[in-house]
Design a binder for this molecule. Structure first.
Ligand SMILES: [Cu+2]
Length: 131
């Protein structure tokens, strides 16, 4: 009797597992990739890696690449799993400013006159020309 009970439980669990696997396959098929550009207050390689790491840790983010010259981070993400506002919040939570960059936004005051304190929580030793 016990072994029949075990078989029923095992069979039910097997059905459950195959449903989970099927659901994951379906989710992958529904991936809807989008791209957003976010203007940040990054200044050095440290800022860059902190911001990229904060973004790639988010669920649904495929890639994040920050260009230090423009201070713009390009994020490729799955629309079904995350959103622009979640991504800008992730950048802000890591200690930097973040605004959606549409190509015409003025650069923030992260230029040559920027202060090291603008580097957020990053290590400041390698912040280049920042004072
Ligand atoms: Cu920095």
């Amino acid at each position: 009797m016990k072994s029949i009970k075990f078989l029923v439980v095992a069979f039910t669990f097997g059905l459950f597992l195959s449903n989970v696997v099927n659901a994951q396959v379906a989710n992958n098929n529904q991936k809807e990739l989008a791209e957003v550009k976010i203007l940040t207050s990054a200044k050095c390689g440290d800022c860059k890696s902190k911001i990229e790491t904060a973004l790639t840790k988010q669920s649904g983010v495929e890639s994040a690449s920050l260009d230090l010259t423009s201070k713009v981070v390009t994020v490729k993400y799955d629309k079904n799993k995350t959103s622009e506002s979640v991504l800008t919040s992730a950048v802000k939570d890591s200690g930097y400013t973040a605004e959606i960059f549409n190509g015409t936004t003025k650069k923030s005051d992260c230029g040559d006159g920027a202060k090291k304190s603008d580097c957020g929580t990053a290590k400041k030793s390698d912040c280049g020309g920042a004072k």
